[in-house]
Design a protein around this ligand. Structure first.
Ligand code: ADP
Ligand code: MG
Length: 349
């Protein structure tokens, strides 16, 4: 039977993104818990039907590294996409909460604290994800990219921590991949959301290729291993993020700059903020970020650093593709025995 709105019961809100919101729902007739993504679309009926057709491709995906889909339906003026619910959420929420602390309220005196202790009140504290876990996540993401590219003929187009999900079985799966070019065109996405993981060639207007997904993976891996977004305005030494006027920007950028002159959009970097144009200028002009930095080298191996370096080659021609990356030494399966497995780690979250 096709999915329909009236069969779904809302259980909780899972998150809000640029394109819409995601709800945890129960499909009442089957008892299956699903994640329902609600996307507000601004498109003509014919385009909407095209979007639904394209979403059926997602239905055809079958891979341990891709979130499975239960189907999609129109619910004016939204499109609803029902997918497998991943009970440990995204790697964005995982790393942003990994150092969760109990917040103390009221007087600090230990005598009084007993009465004012509020055990449910927690504070979000981001922290790095152990490098052995990051390595296993990288293998799964590459497995997903190889499947999408080689078996389905599609690119992901939106690799970032919030689109990499974990469940308590220790499975890591990709969601929100670009099966639908039409959907991408008609969703009212913000400028910020689509650009901070963007490769230099894409910023400069070149075609999207599987290598652009690899760039986004490299940025994502640094973010998980450092516990913060890698492009920040408080880098050691002289900050390369000087204010830029649209005159100094590459032409593809200055066009966008002038059309949005009055809008200075802040990018959350963990420390302070920089405008999206400064960030894009930085991505295009400056050396790529690296995994090992003077302040972050604890337990990070040169093999891991090399791997990320191969993802973040600014020239897409020298950047490795997903299958080549799976063949590099850091991805060697022998390591898994020495590392905590994802299932056990998921149980600690
Ligand atoms: P974004 O990916 O930009 O954060 P989305 O609207 O795609 O925005 O998703 C919002 C949040 O919903 C995600 O960050 C993630 O934590 C959560 N989410 C999305 N899909 C699922 C799913 N299938 N299972 C569990 N949580 C999900
Ligand atoms: Mg998403």
């Amino acid at each position: 039977d096709p999915l329909q709105e009236s069969d779904l019961k809302d259980l909780a809100e899972l998150g809000m993104g640029n394109g819409g919101s995601v709800m945890k729902v129960e499909h009442v007739p089957s008892g299956i818990v699903m994640a329902k993504k609600i996307v507000l679309i601004d498109a003509k009926p014919t385009i909407r039907k095209q979007i639904l057709r394209e979403l059926h491709i997602m239905h055809a995906c079958s891979s341990p590294y891709i979130v499975s889909s239960f189907g999609a339906f129109l619910s004016e003026p939204n499109i609803c996409i029902c997918m497998e619910f991943m009970d440990r959420g995204s790697f964005e929420s995982i790393y942003k909460n990994i150092g969760r602390k109990i917040k103390l309220k009221g007087p600090r005196s230990s005598l009084l604290r007993a009465n004012t202790w509020d055990s449910g009140d927690t504070e979000q504290v981001p922290g790095p994800i152990p490098i052995g876990i990051v390595r296993q996540v990288a293998r799964c993401v590459l497995g997903g990219l190889v499947y999408l590219y080689e078996d389905m003929g599609v690119l992901h187009r939106d690799i970032k921590p919030s689109n990499i999900l974990l469940n308590s079985e220790g499975q890591v799966k990709l969601c929100d991949f670009g099966v639908s070019g039409e959907l991408e065109n008609s969703v009212a996405k913000t400028f910020v959301g689509t650009s901070v993981y963007m490769s230099p060639e894409r910023i400069l207007g070149s075609d999207y290729t599987v290598k652009s997904d690899v760039w986004s993976l490299g940025v994502t891996l640094i973010e998980l291993a450092h516990g913060c977004f890698p492009f920040s305005d408080t880098d050691e030494g002289e900050s390369p993020l000087k204010s830029v006027s649209s005159a100094t920007l590459p032409s593809a950028l200055s066009k966008r700059a002038s059309s949005r002159k009055s809008r200075r959009i802040s990018v959350h970097t963990g420390v302070g903020s920089l405008s999206i144009l400064e960030l894009m200028h930085h991505i295009v002009q400056e050396p790529p970020p690296t995994l090992i930095t003077p302040s972050v080298q604890h337990s990070l191996t040169t093999e891991a650093d090399e791997f990320v370096g191969n993802c973040l080659k600014k020239d897409p021609v020298s950047r490795l593709n997903p299958r080549e990356l799976l063949g590099t030494s850091w991805m060697d399966n022998d390591r898994t025995r020495k590392e905590m497995d994802l299932r056990t780690w998921a149980g600690t979250l």
